[in-house]
Design a protein around this ligand. Sequence first.
Ligand code: GLN
Length: 308
Amino acid sequence: MPELETVVREIAEEMRARPDRGEVASYIPELARADANAFGIAVVDREGRVVVGGDAEAAFSIQSISKVFTLTLALGKIGDRLWRRVGREPSGSPFNSIVQLENEHGIPRNPFINAGAIAVTDVILSGHQPRDTLGEILRFLQFLAEDPAIGIDEAVAASEQRTGFRNRALANYMKSFNVLENPVDFTLGVYFHHCAIAMSCRQLAMAGRFLAHNGRNPATGFSVVSPERARRINAIMLTCGHYDGSGEFAYRVGLPGKSGVGGGILAVAPGKASIAVWSPGLDASGNSHLGRIALERLTQRMGWSIFG
Ligand SMILES: NC(=O)CC[C@H](N)C(=O)O
């Protein structure tokens, strides 16, 4: 088995030099400011060793990666009753698709497409004020990453508040089926803000450790969720974490993973490592182009695919 340090260094070097970088998202205007030349990677292994390469300490907009953590919180709050409000099948559609919602009576296909994540946010919000809910999400991430410095990029949140017409359409449509309990503006406010949380690859890989280790933080032994719940969240990440690119991601990388339009991907090698990569250029499905290639290299060289 090659040394992890060597593999990570070589991947960072290769990614930095590649000319094909994908397209930086611009439908949220503030995201268009990201540097297409950036690339970062961080791997935390079972022993708690953190191996980093490239721009691993630079904070970026985690966007839909936040949906892994809001799903975890919503399951903690209402358990399996969540599945009355949202499905758990891959959508085969873009992350912001509207058509499926009508066919399925306002119940989103899974918790990672935008409609599903908005429904999950609504579950966490019920019984609380938006500000408190956002505080809870942020504190959860700070706790998992063991880093109180994690915060929200207010410029990104404001940018999406101004331009998120399609998410507004999705939320209003679900509201018409009573899938959302709270005022649409409250739910969307929390959703836009948790998507705008900024984290580095190092922080994200640290936050993902419990998913790689049966729901526990391997360093402290502290249990975040049960082993069964960790396994199920991983299953949904594998089948739905990259939208209509989920099949390709499983085929090439072979790990549960969740992407965001900020160019980040959190991937989980069960029993082995939590991994975060970041490169802002996206492919046609809205997933990080170089992030996926980097993860493919990593799993191939380390033998980490869950498929053997
Ligand atoms: N795929 C994503 O990362 C999408 C998240 C983004 N905040 C949106 O709602 O459009």
